[in-house]
Write a protein that binds this ligand. Structure first.
Ligand SMILES: *Cc1c(COP(=O)(O)O)cnc(C)c1O
Length: 391
């Protein structure tokens, strides 16, 4: 007999999803209303305006795509790219590879700019790619690479695209809510994010925003967008301003309540304060890990406070540690990816997960699991080091 599913209460400190705030879970369980109910339409308008604040933009075309971050990614690519286009894709981790895949599926060619995983995107290499391919119409890159915990200079890359008459596509799935995402200041053209990383919300929605230039490009398209569901011209009829809302699909009504609540929490805390909280907890975690004898795999100036790449000490069984953390402590941390698999862990401090309690809990759980496994760690000092960092 199958029965109701009751998940355990885990602490989520991996690359996402991260802990969801009880306030958001509460909003999720409120009564479902019709997606064209005037009250829901009002809520849609509030969500759009809260998203503009989070993205720091006045872009009119700012809305939540009714599907996870990967759909927001695809929405940006399929709407801005036509067959035969040339797109410069900067790759310094897993998600740049997904961008390449999107470009090619649009019938366009991807000019790859490769950087070492664990390093930021090189502006000089991106500039050289434009020198070689002056007809490239788009520059795409990931602001916060979740696979490595590295931040790239979004402002400089968007400026480069503008200077070369190209549009920019920026992945801010892991950045939004954790570090500054300044869409208008950067002059970014198509930006997508996700609800499950630093917004403390459930997985499954992808906020996107398009600049005026991007909207012009979409309106001038000669070739139909290959995806009916993600065609922004159609989606705008559903979410757009000054239109009588036309049925396109049914928004995930309760998930939109959740997103609304999480964006209100971000507004209440203030963007600046939210970013400071992510830094404070990051610095305390790093202080604790280093006191224990572990080392960070990314150099300090490129680190993301919300995703910490930790080198696994020689001789330690990666999977056994993660399994013990999950089984004995209900604590999830992330494995390394690609070339970093088996060599690193990814400890997330995203959104609601970024708190003192989680930092101290993770340090003590990791210390006991590593000690049990006979790893060479310094015992009994990590908590004090973290506390000192907070003080
Ligand atoms: C998580 C993530 C995505 C994909 O989001 P999903 O919600 O898993 O579809 C895309 N880009 C980056 C940088 C991410 O971290």
């Amino acid at each position: 007999m199958t029965s109701s599913f009751f998940p355990p209460q885990r602490t989520l400190m991996g690359p996402g999803p991260s802990d969801v705030s009880p306030r958001v879970l509460g909003a999720l369980s409120r009564p479902t209303i019709g997606h064209l109910d005037p009250l829901f339409v009002q809520l849609m308008d509030e969500v759009k305006s809260l998203l503009q604040q989070a993205f720091q933009t006045d872009n009119e075309l700012t809305l939540p795509v009714s599907a996870p971050g990967s759909a927001g990614m695809e929405a940006c690519f399929v709407n801005l790219i036509s067959p035969g286009d040339k797109v410069i894709v900067c790759q310094n981790g897993v998600f740049g590879g997904r961008m390449k895949e999107n470009v090619e599926r649009c019938g366009a060619s991807a000019i790859m700019v490769e950087d070492t995983w664990g390093e930021p995107v090189s502006i000089d290499k991106a500039r050289a790619a434009f020198d070689q391919h002056p007809d490239a119409s788009i520059l795409a890159f990931v602001h916060a690479e979740t696979s490595t915990g590295v931040r790239s200079d979004a402002g400089a890359l968007c400026a480069l695209a503008q200077e070369r008459g190209a549009l920019s596509i920026v992945d801010t799935v892991t950045s939004l809510g954790g570090i500054a995402v300044e869409v208008d200041n950067w002059g970014a053209d198509a930006v997508y994010s996700g609800t499950q990383k630093c917004l403390s919300c459930v997985p499954g929605i992808s906020p996107v925003t398009f600049s005026g230039r991007a909207v012009e490009r979409i309106q001038a398209r000669q070739h139909k967008v290959q995806s009916w569901f993600l065609d922004m011209q159609l989606v705008m009829g559903y979410w757009g301003a000054n239109t009588k809302r036309a049925y396109h699909h049914t928004a995930p009504v309760n998930a939109v309540y959740a997103l609304h609540e999480s964006l209100l929490m971000l507004q209440d805390e203030g963007l600046e304060h939210a970013h400071q909280r992510h830094w404070r907890n990051h610095l305390a975690l790093v202080a604790g890990l280093e006191a224990m004898g572990l080392s960070m795999a990314v150099s300090p100036e490129h680190r993301l406070p919300q995703l910490n790449l930790v080198s696994i000490p020689e001789g330690v069984d990666d999977a056994a540690v993660r399994v013990a953390l999950l089984n004995d402590f209900d604590l999830e941390i992330g494995a390394g990816l690609g070339a970093l698999a088996g060599k690193t862990w990814r400890i997330g401090l995203m959104g609601h997960s970024s708190c003192t309690r989680n930092v101290l809990f993770c340090l003590s759980a990791l210390e006991s699991v590593l000690t049990r496994q006979g790893a060479d760690v310094v015992q009994g000092v990590a908590q004090a080091a973290a506390e000192a960092a907070y003080a």
